[in-house]
Design a protein around this ligand. Structure first.
Ligand code: NAP
Length: 248
């Protein structure tokens, strides 16, 4: 197994891509800490699934990634209990789509605070521990929208483009301490986030995807496992697209 004796924190792991990442990390031997914000019933069910995968002390760590105060408190307590933090997956993200002229200031702020400030908050606190350990893996979940743009998503695209710039800068800061920082950039993946798109629009999008369909959460999770493992020890500051060829 690729991740025996490693401790991983996955933000936004109560469903969707985060849930799949949590399960794949556990299948490779990691102990997984499942972060979520609101949906405790779904997070509990992910924890039950993790317990079926291995007897490692997997746990739940509810906090709002957009609050620096909460992030600092919860990650610090977590590391006191686990004694180590080897892998951070910054996955928590939201959309509040609207055309720019209709977009409320609150829709801009909420998306930036969760998708970009949340990554700053968690990375800053985790980096403190990883620097002391002189090892670590950070994987940030960006988005195709941050690379290509998408009408109705100025807030979301800006936040994800920000995650890409953040990833490259932090990779340069932390490389000398054997901490890698990479981004995975999903295209259209079957989750709650994309289920709201009407079926006609989904069919239209698929026509432009060379591989012909939306991706699965596992398509993202397998790449995250690789980036979190020693097999990717010479990769940092990279943005890897998983988009069925929609953007190349
Ligand atoms: P999702 O199904 O909507 O799940 C979002 C997760 O994030 C949930 O676990 C949610 O927790 C958590 N979350 C939201 N705000 C949070 C906060 N402030 N603090 C902590 N947790 C928070 O989303 P998804 O589709 O799996 O997307 C996961 C990531 O991939 C996001 O960063 C998204 O932008 C990115 N992405 C997705 C797609 C796609 O096609 N689905 C494409 C490109 C990129 P609760 O349930 O507790 O609220």
């Amino acid at each position: 197994m690729l991740l025996n004796n490693k401790v991983a924190l996955v933000t936004g792991a109560s469903r969707g891509i985060g849930r799949a990442i949590a399960l794949e990390l556990a299948r490779e031997g990691a102990t997984v800490c499942v972060n979520f914000q609101k949906n405790s019933a779904k997070a509990e069910s992910v924890l039950s699934e993790l317990k079926k995968v291995s007897t490692n002390p997997h746990c739940l760590v509810p906090f709002d990634t957009s609050s620096y105060e909460a992030v600092e408190k919860e990650i610090t307590q977590l590391v006191q209990a686990t004694k180590t933090l080897d892998i951070l997956v910054n996955n928590a993200g939201i959309t509040k789509d609207n055309l720019l002229l209709r977009m409320k200031e609150s829709e801009w702020d909420e998306v930036m605070n969760t998708n970009l400030k949340g990554v700053f908050n968690c990375s800053k606190v985790a980096a403190k521990f990883m620097l002391k350990q002189r090892r670590g893996r950070m994987v940030n979940i960006a988005s195709l929208s941050g690379e290509m743009g998408n009408p109705g998503q100025t807030n979301y695209s800006a936040s994800k483009a920000g995650v890409i710039g953040f990833t490259k800068s932090l990779a340069k800061e932390l490389g000398s301490r054997s901490i890698t920082v990479n981004a995975v950039s999903p295209g259209f993946i079957q989750t709650d986030m994309t289920q709201s798109l009407n079926p006609e629009l989904q069919a239209e999008i698929c026509k432009n995807i060379p591989l012909g369909s939306f991706g699965t959460c596992e398509d993202i999770a397998h790449l995250v496992v690789f980036l979190a493992s020693d097999q990717a020890k010479y990769m940092t500051g990279q943005v890897l697209g998983v988009n069925g060829g929609l953007y190349m």
